[in-house]
Ligand binder design. Structure first.
Ligand code: PBG
Length: 321
């Protein structure tokens, strides 16, 4: 009790540094990269200031720059040259992601390349699965999603990351990869992915908006967190090596529950809308964007995330160890 106990004793300028419980480092961060095969020059994304779609021809250069800055892990999203009902450009061996992975791996073997495994950027209707009428078909989608993951593994991806929120997606991918000799390729599952309003800038970035309905029949209802634990548990049983909670900032409670309930690496996705909000406030001069970002990333880590996917990665490197 006071005056014996004085919390301020350990808050002196010279002591705080050695007493930090968590510290975000560059090794914790995964950089999202939008690879577009339809452009020749980088194109800035309107709703994500200072973030660009990268032409396929320049993707290796982009990865090289990040590696120089000390960032080692990347998650790739593709903007393909064609779209159809079933998203077949997603598993085309000469698709944008397959080509990008081969190019990057040829030049930078050590870069950690994670691929987003989904259909929404590749389907004409923009949904994450095969559609019949206005229904998103689960089991039909699994067959395709497994092929997509296999094509990424064949191209040389280090980790595949299914994000379509179909039931059984991890099992379908694990079975496919194992039967084709890729039993060593890990799966990072977007296990607890919420139907969130925070994704809208991404949909502009990846050209993946949907033409009807919403994603609420497959992505989670944000009123729930028991359900997230169930999703995570199932994915672990199906063979997920890393599980993810998405979004991050408004879902720190979920990250914490997952971390306390399971003994697997947890990734958190600091999504597009979270990035855009900080950028907007910074631009208005209302907040110090970098300071706020550092605080947000620290909070995500403190909540229990082992890895953070964030659009802020590059701009934060000079802030981080
Ligand atoms: C694809 C996918 C989405 C995001 C990541 N993968 C969009 C969606 O589900 O609509 C969102 C990422 C972000 O907002 O930064 N299924």
């Amino acid at each position: 009790m006071f005056p014996t106990v004085r919390m301020r004793r350990l808050r002196k300028d010279n002591l705080r540094g050695i007493l930090r419980e968590v510290e975000v480092t560059k090794e914790d961060l995964i950089v999202p990269v939008f690879v577009d095969e339809n452009i020749r020059k980088p194109v800035e994304i309107n709703s994500m200031p200072s973030y660009f779609r990268v032409p396929l021809e320049q993707v290796t250069q982009e990865i090289g720059e990040c590696l120089e800055m000390g960032l080692r892990a990347f998650i790739l999203f593709g903007i393909p040259s064609y779209k159809d009902e079933t998203g077949s450009s997603a598993y085309d061996e000469n698709g944008v992601i397959q080509k990008a992975v081969r190019k990057i791996k040829k030049e930078y073997e050590d870069a950690i390349i994670i691929t987003d495994v989904c259909l929404c950027e590749y389907t004409s209707h923009g949904h994450c699965g095969v559609v019949e009428g206005e229904k998103i078909l689960n089991d039909k989608t699994l067959e395709i999603i497994a092929r997509v993951a296999l094509s990424h593994a064949e191209a040389g991806a280090d980790i595949v990351a299914p994000s379509c929120m179909m039931d059984g997606m991890v099992k379908a991918i694990r079975t496919m990869l194992d039967s084709e000799g890729f039993e060593d390729v890990p799966i990072m599952s977007y296990s607890a992915k919420y139907a969130s309003n925070f994704y809208s800038p991404f949909r502009e970035a990846a050209d993946s908006g949907f033409s009807f309905g919403d994603r609420k029949t497959y992505q989670m209802d944000f009123h729930n967190s028991d359900e997230a634990l169930r999703e995570i548990e199932l994915d672990i049983k199906e063979g997920a090596d890393i599980v993810m909670v998405k979004p991050a900032l408004a879902y720190l409670d979920v990250i914490r529950r997952v971390k306390e309930s399971f003994n697997v690496p947890v990734a958190a996705y600091n999504v597009s809308g979270e990035y855009s909000m900080v950028k907007a406030a910074d631009k208005m001069g209302w907040l110090d964007g970098k300071a706020i970002t550092y605080e947000i990333l620290t909070a995500i880590k403190r909540a229990g995330a082992d890895l953070i996917i964030t659009y802020h990665a590059k701009e934060m490197t000079d802030f981080l160890k």
